[in-house]
Design a protein around this ligand. Structure first.
Ligand SMILES: [Zn+2]
Length: 125
């Protein structure tokens, strides 16, 4: 398999329900988002996918949450806006916009600080 990765960032506010700790109060993070895309074959240009295609797909998803209060977003009204669920949300939206017969989103990691991240990845890969 081939894998390509892109890294980007977004900023947002959230507070976690049912969470015993500082994250229960309203606060913000500058999340770093790492997206991995895989394919078992390359396209006619010899690449998995044009990096700019991945970046613009990720940008479109992040525009829905960048500089927002995540708890107001429909997805996070049903799913606590933890880094785990942020990774799952981005993964799900990217799967719809980016995937085809050859190309799959393998994982999305949401880094909420320099040394802590949560990852959602395709089952069975
Ligand atoms: Zn937090």
């Amino acid at each position: 398999m081939y894998e390509v990765k892109i890294i980007t960032r977004f900023a947002a506010a959230h507070n976690l329900k049912n969470f015993k700790g500082k994250c229960e109060a309203l606060h913000g993070h500058n999340w770093k988002v790492e997206v991995s895309v895989v394919a078992s074959t390359l396209d006619s240009a010899g690449v998995v996918v044009d990096f700019s295609e991945v970046k613009s797909a990720v940008r479109e998803v992040l525009e829905t949450i960048d500089h927002t209060y995540l708890n107001d977003h429909p997805f996070f009204k049903e799913n606590n806006p933890s880094s785990e669920n942020i990774a799952r949300y981005i993964f799900g939206e990217l799967s719809k916009s980016l995937e085809n017969d050859r190309l799959k989103v393998a994982s999305v990691s949401a880094w909420e600080s320099e040394d802590a991240c949560a990852t959602y990845f395709r089952e069975g890969s």
